[in-house]
Write a protein of this length. Sequence first.
Lengths: 951, 248, 312
Amino acid sequence: MPDGSATDRIAYSAPIGDEVKTTTCYMCACRCGIRVHLKDGRVRYIEGNPDHPVNRGVLCGKGSAGIMTHYAPARLTAPLLRVGPRGSGEFREISWEEAMETATSWLREVRERDPRRLAFFTGRDQSQSLTGFWAAQFGTPNFAAHGGFCSVNMAAGGLYTVGGSFWEFGEPDWEHARYFMMFGVAEDHDSNPMKLGIARLKARGAKVVSVNPVRTGYSAVADEWVGIRPGTDGLFIMALIHELLREGRVDDQFLIRYTNAPWLVVQNAGGADHGLFARDDQGRPLAFDRARGAIAADAADLSPLLVGEVTLPDGRRARPVFELMAARYLDPAYAPEAVADRCGIPAHRIRRLAREMASIAFDQPVELPIPWTDVWGRRHPTMLGRPVAFHAMRGISAHSNGFHTCRALHLLQMLLGAVDTPGSWRYKSPFPRPIPPGPGPAGKGSRPNTPLSGNILAFPQGPEDLLVEPDGTPIRIDHAFSWEAPLALHGMMHSVIGNAARGDPYRIEVLFLFMANMAWNSAMNPLETIRCLTARDASGEYVIPRVIYSDAYFSETVPYADLILPDTTYLERWDCISLLDRPIGSAHGPADAIRQPVVKPDRDVRPFQEVLIELGARLGLPAFVKEDGSPRYRDYADYMVHHERAPGIGPLAGWRGADGTKHGVGEPNPDQLRRYIENGCFWRHHLAPEESYFKHANRLYLENAKAMGLLGKAEQIVLQIYSEPLQKFRLAAEGHGPIQPPDHLRARLIAYCDPLPIWYEPLEQAAQGEGLQAYPFSAVTQRPMAMYHSWGSMNAWLRQIHGANKLYLSRARAEAMGIAADDWVWVESPHGRVKAQVALMEGVQPDTVWTWNAIGKRAGAWALTPDAPEATRGFLLNHVISEWLPAQAGPRLANADPITGQAAWYDLRVRIVACAPEEAGATEPRPEPLSPPPGLPPRPSILRYNAGQPR
Amino acid sequence: MTSLPEPQPGAKKLGLVIDLDTCVGCHACATNCKEWNTSGHMAPLPDHNPYSAGAEGVWFNRVHSYEAGEGEAGRTVHFPRSCLHCEQPACVTVCPTGASYKRAEDGIVLVNTDICIGCQLCAWACPYGAREFDEDAGVMKKCTLCIDRIYNETIPEAQRVPACVATCPAQARHFGDLGDPDSAVSKLVAERGGIALMPELGYAPVNRYLPPRRRAPAPDPGPPRDPGPLPSQIKNPLLRWVDKVLSR
Amino acid sequence: MKPALSIVFFTVASGAGYGLLFWLGLLLPAGLLPMAGWFGVAGVAVALGLISAGLLSSLAHLGRPERAWRALSQWRSSWLSREGVAALATFAPAGVFFLALLAGREGVAAPAGLLAAVGAAATVYCTGMIYASLKPIRQWHHPLVVPGYLLFGAFTGAVLLALLAAAFGLGAGPALLAALLGAAGLALKRAYWASVDAGPPIATVESATGLGFIGRVRPLDPPHTETNYLLREMAFRIARVHAARLRRIVLSAGFMLPALLLVAAALFGGGGALLLTWAAALLALGGMLVERWLMFAEATHTVTLYYRGGSV
Ligand SMILES: Nc1nc2c(c(=O)[nH]1)N[C@H]1C(S)=C(S)[C@@H](COP(=O)(O)OP(=O)(O)OC[C@H]3O[C@@H](n4cnc5c(=O)[nH]c(N)nc54)[C@H](O)[C@@H]3O)O[C@H]1N2
Ligand SMILES: Nc1nc2c(c(=O)[nH]1)N[C@H]1C(S)=C(S)[C@@H](COP(=O)(O)OP(=O)(O)OC[C@H]3O[C@@H](n4cnc5c(=O)[nH]c(N)nc54)[C@H](O)[C@@H]3O)O[C@H]1N2
Ligand code: SF4
Ligand code: SF4
Ligand code: SF4
Ligand code: SF4
Ligand code: SF4
Ligand SMILES: [Mo]
């Protein structure tokens, strides 16, 4: 008789594969280190690299499904030239030579006439230091990546306040925090570090609080869930601030040492200097010392006045920042009772939360026995920290009041003394940076065949840095850095296509997109975007004449481009996760990483970066050619090693210098990539304990950071409670100064360019006025942990987890409306309606509905059959969002934060209407199925992936 | 042999301990399991209709989400579900062929796909839905507790744990010998009151789930320590800072 | 549970076949029905035919039918294996019984018949135990399930016996026997349904997840947005009204009517009796198919708790 245990042959010690290579994951932008096991040249297994600083061996749901993304049948296979009308999907396969020559001829013509007529926008790539540099070399100011619709509110709010930011530039002190409050985070860019960190906090018994209208994911494991009403976090935070101030529970010491709390602000209502810092003749801000009067605020032994009006030596009146701040938030308008209803959080709970964090911060501080030296040269025997850490992301960012809300949160941190101290939120290297770093953005005076000098995306300090014509017209196609969005640090990708279609402020010739699915889920309104991409002028020409796009897969945007430059997958190319861009540094020190090709492409595709470098050479962009006009770089790997942005500073910081002994700054090292590969494809530098906290005022840290090229000057970075650049914009709007905004924007600028954090009703909601009552629900999206935007639907495993999405409604509210689980409803906004199937839940703020982001797909895309649930039951909330604010007087304005231009995805308000019975069963709108481009392989009906099986 | 091994006192009982208090529902354990096993001992784990409607594949681990309790007082709980390597696994005893078996040496419940006839009776017998029928090959498959990892001498010793455990970003999964009361996992179970699922059915699962921690009502942090007048007595709290002498 | 048609057919056909074999093996040696002549031969042939068809149909349920022989190995623990062994073992005396009847060797036929009857009963018992031993399915893990299998096999077998007896003009005894068994079947089925309907759940989503201490547990998201094998197999659901109607059909068309028709046949005799018995047999077998289908359709598996919550 056969016997199971006897005949079941188990190969206990079968080697995983025949080869293993390290590289960096790119199933999302978190940049985890991976080890890729290969068997007979096929990918057998991808696991987390245990030595890697980002993920320390773990891998998320997406990263673990990398094999299916790498081998997806939706991969593009060859360069394509459009032959039918846009959207038809009719393409001709062409050679790379033809593709490069076509792109070069289109671009050359633009560059010779007017480089602004190229708009080059990229998605969530990690090569913005290359793409931005390329754009500047080309000479167009019309460059940005996706940050404008993503999280620029967090970036700008942070960089203009604390010189670092949430997003991916800061992290809680996972080792020492005792209290962690997260705002509006479902997944984050730091996917794995966040999960690892929360696990550590919970294991230690630290309290985790999640402020979020929805209780899933991190909110589900939080010790306390605060189900806030969307868009009201600013009020909630200001009520916490009110309580701390009222109870006197603030870290005065921290404020006077590290923030501009003691700086004096000129009080001269109506004057051109009103609200600016009082400065000495060297431009140094003044504070009022109790013994010496108004002196430079950076004096080591300052004993500042924090409250009271003073007279400056020149006779002007001034008040300390602290007083202005405290007076504002002590106002009863910010008392918990005053905000409770609006936020949907009872007043006693707000008060309790304020007390709770104060108690941890002040009664249970963390003191590390690490001596250190501050910027004044004073030695401190220990590091005293406030173990209250915060993190915030798109729940705050994706609102039109997000910039100020983010600033309010940083203010809360400062009051608690919880910025880069033990136990608090910490800067990730290479931050902190000066506030703001300057110089302003490049882009003025674009001329034919001439590079722009400087960074296209940079930091305006005041009106003089804005990219506007003398009459106030925006210089950029997306209107970034204009009076419509003065601190649009990351550009406004969401406005590009709409403005280009309208010729506002001018027509463009070539739209060049990379890795952004702009015709679908990254469009605020996909059908409107498609209309713009296919609009024709009187002569029958497309109003956006040429669209070049690089994607690796058959996304919804591919059919709308004229020339497709197919990219490789992440396992097939070199990449550079650079300190010049979005590196993998942590609070423990700077770090960067590379991707190396672990398998060879089996299609006629090329890495986009390499293509871009070659295009640069073909166009003769000075930085990409040698003196004799020949290409300067062989390929991207060559660029990574040999490009120098400034002498000794290149894309990679590790193993520089001829012999690889220098870090940060040093001559190019031809052997650099080998050194990276030997080290698991990353480089990291550990900060000494002494320089690992108080980095904004830690002398050793600042000096070392300067030596490493991370900072220009080793000077204290004073945290900005009061933001002078904002006041400068406001003064201009009040009529001061030579650079003046157009009249239709004056009131808006005066209202929103407040130098202290404010809260206001989200713009779109305010603009709807009374009409808003017809739309009782806030509607938001969340990122599913097991799907990355649109690019997981071609993944055979991930799409089983999220093949369709439902609209989640509060059970009680739904029952009151007679709506049951799985019913079909219309989600209606003033901009349209979309049909969805309902799911009911308890853990959602009752006036909020939500769904998973980007699960809905257009039929036919991603090499899925048109009957795929993604297209029939999946839906995009984007169909009911608008990229523009409701019509007001004057030119149209983006549905965005008025300071940063951040797209306001989550300001959406909707009503829910039950479907008629005959309407149930499938989502709507359901645009025509897309036809696949040529070259896609057949789809198997059964997938039997087994790398161990000989084919 | 589908008769169960005689229970030996102190016998090894390898299994998983899953912490429902920290599982964030990321599905990493599910996809990593799929990735490991599709080229592993029970390869492949096929997917039907992978790129069209009705996509469904063989997964040894599936992550559910639940809500327990009402409104704000309730909790959302993410809940991974895989084979529990029961001590009284009827999935084994019902098997007519001997394909299903429970190993005496470590308690792992396995299927020998070379002799399985695909009668699916074991799937009926498993209360937990942990059996996965490979309709393509016509045989039953299931979680192997990563038998080809945990004893794999080509893998560094510290990493000889199941794929789902190694990958879990929230560190919510633990692997070890639940037969040894002194093992780390047994201690964890004791400490946190780890539970067995559906104990009333008598399958005696080896895997344990650590229930979500009961949340103490938020402690009152007490009155502020500020020795000054009570907040309510200060008409204008700003005055507090007027004469406060502070120096850097 | 999803009614697996191959298994529904298998249990009905083989149940009737074993029932018939049982009665022939018992009643012929006992001299209550004639050994000589074609009656016994035809009867055993029909029984073996039904049994073989059933067994063949059951192979269709297997993922790997070519390996079916392996199912005989685990008789020490597995009721399915035991069923296989019993079924095969029963073929031996049944075959001998058949040949002996054919050859007119009554001395051999009698013990062989008795053995075949024992084998038939044992096989059906094993079949019943396969279901009755499955704890995750409350409606199957029930003390009346095995008696049900035995009784329904005996009933359908007796109906066929009555049909044959009528065809051979052998009197009304078998018809009365069948009518009696029909009445008993009806009573048992009613008792079974009353019991399972009133029975407490065996498990709840709270116990399946261990989360009951927090409060009522409701599924929020399934692991996958499309269906899967387990759900198709175990989460089959039949509407209440539908089930009630089918139950009425089983009781009336499957038990009551055949029993009445058989009584009528016994009373009237003659050519009409044959016709009535035919009708009874068709109704009984048809009713049994519905009963088996319902047996699956109404069965709930604990795995559904993970997807739908509630209790089973
Ligand atoms: N309703 C709603 N909409 C949103 C958001 C929201 O929260 N709610 N979030 C917004 C935010 S923050 C973002 S960042 C955007 C993201 O939206 P997108 O930036 O459009 O992101 P993806 O959908 O991932 O599309 C990126 C494209 O890159 C392609 N791609 C993937 N890998 C590669 C590669 O290796 N090379 C190349 N060349 N291409 C590749 C994919 O095929 C895909 O077409 O969505 C925005 N849209
Ligand atoms: N798995 C996965 N990881 C990703 C991505 C992905 O697509 N998939 N995308 C990446 C990208 S591009 C980005 S930008 C990041 C974004 O990472 P997250 O910031 O985590 O992005 P969201 O999923 O948009 O989460 C927003 C959260 O805010 C909540 N929310 C909405 N409105 C409010 C509000 O007014 N107040 C508060 N307090 N909360 C609110 C929502 O319920 C949701 O939980 O994730 C990155 N990581
Ligand atoms: S978080 Fe996941 S997908 Fe993103 S890089 Fe890390 S492992 Fe890859
Ligand atoms: S969980 Fe199911 S498959 Fe696993 S041992 Fe227990 S009964 Fe068997
Ligand atoms: S399906 Fe295979 S493993 Fe399961 S009971 Fe049948 S023979 Fe045994
Ligand atoms: S132990 Fe291995 S086979 Fe089992 S669920 Fe975990 S990864 Fe999958
Ligand atoms: S990997 Fe860990 S956190 Fe993620 S679903 Fe699995 S158990 Fe939960
Ligand atoms: Mo984003």
